[in-house]
Design a protein around this ligand. Structure first.
Ligand code: UDP
Ligand code: MG
Length: 331
């Protein structure tokens, strides 16, 4: 039995302008008796703020807000490790039976929390917000729509908005997720791959009032490589040989066939080997095949023994329980 009903995990990177209002709005949302009724028994919540190496004084601000709010706690990173790492740290600390993530920039509306939790209790493990009416400039919304279509197509997870900051999870999901790189964009994919039941619900989205977006054009490449990584992880992570082995085999056999043909042509028809460009293709394919094959073998060895890589360094924490402290720092 969990003592905490609802854990908020809020990553922030230089969000001084919005933090006080966000906390204010969250506390108001938590006083909603209808939300509290959704949880059997007594209702309690915690808010875990994760400072992802802010340099604008938001960490100090967060710390000062903790003083008269026992529900608040703070994990502060040494430097900016990225939203994925911040979420991972928060997930480790979260003790609630339900975990809710939220962006710190006030774009996600705390009033959407109750419907999301209600949906979760209908029998889902993860309910993802859907910024149906997104309040962002076209420079963000257009690539994002493309990203969502491609991801939906390739992964078969039928939701519209993979990267919405507002999501609610059963604790089992957040404890199970292993996120790397900038994979927060693919949380629904990874959760779905683990067999968790996922759905989405339209949520209210608001324009950014303070500060600026933290994701520039660099995110396209980060997103692309993470996409390939996610595809690989969800399909071949535990069996890399199936991927590399097959490619290696095809390459090797094609190369072998070409070389055999060139050799037989020489032996039977006395055609010289020296002026046949295709010979190089044959050699190339054989070498490539052997390399792919050994990459697969190495991958197979790694995948059976890989420990989780150390993803972040913590500067300091405030108001975490001993248990939380231990879980956050376990790498
Ligand atoms: N964020 C973070 N670390 C980063 C970048 C962003 O913790 O390296 C936080 C940011 O402070 C915000 C959330 O992630 O709370 C979403 O970021 P942002 O609003 O900039 O993304 P956008 O809404 O523009 O996609
Ligand atoms: Mg935002």
């Amino acid at each position: 039995m969990n003592l905490t009903s609802l854990s908020f995990v809020i990553p922030f990177f230089n969000e001084k302008g919005s933090l006080p209002e966000l906390i204010e709005q969250l506390y108001i949302a938590m006083r909603d008796p209808e939300l509290q009724r959704l949880f059997d028994g007594s209702f309690s919540f915690e808010i875990i703020l994760v400072d992802d190496g802010s340099t604008d004084g938001s960490a100090e601000l967060a710390r000062s807000m903790i003083t008269d709010r026992p529900e608040l706690s703070l994990i502060s990173f040494q430097r900016n490790f990225g939203k994925t790492a911040a979420l991972t740290a928060g997930f480790r600390a979260a003790q609630g039976s339900v975990v809710c993530t939220l962006d710190a920039d006030l774009q996600d509306d705390p009033a959407s929390i109750r419907p999301l939790v209600a949906k979760l209790f209908e029998g889902y493990d993860l309910v993802s917000g859907w910024k149906k009416d997104r309040k962002d400039p076209p420079g963000k919304t257009v690539p994002s729509r493309l990203f969502n279509v491609v991801t939906r197509l390739f992964t078969g997870i039928p939701i519209h908005d993979f990267n919405c900051g507002l999501k609610v999870y059963r604790r089992e999901v957040t404890k199970r997720l292993e996120l790397h790189g900038e994979m927060h964009r693919y949380i629904p994919v990874l959760a779905g791959w683990n067999g968790f039941r996922i759905t989405e619900l339209p949520v209210n989205h608001r324009p950014r009032k303070f500060g600026s977006t933290k994701f520039g054009t660099g995110r396209f490449f980060a997103g692309l490589f993470d996409f390939l990584a996610v595809l690989f992880i969800t399909r071949y992570f535990r069996r890399p040989m199936h991927f590399f082995g097959m490619a290696g085999l095809v390459s090797f056999l094609s190369g072998f066939t070409i070389s055999l043909y060139v050799t037989l042509d020489k032996l039977l028809n006395h055609k010289p080997v020296s002026n046949r460009p295709i010979l190089f293709l044959g050699i190339l394919l054989i070498i490539l095949g052997a390399q792919l094959f050994s990459t697969g073998l190495l991958g197979e060895m790694l995948s059976t023994s890989a420990p989780g890589a150390n993803q972040f360094t913590i500067r300091e924490t405030y108001n975490l329980s001993e248990k939380q402290e231990e879980e956050v720092r376990s790498q």
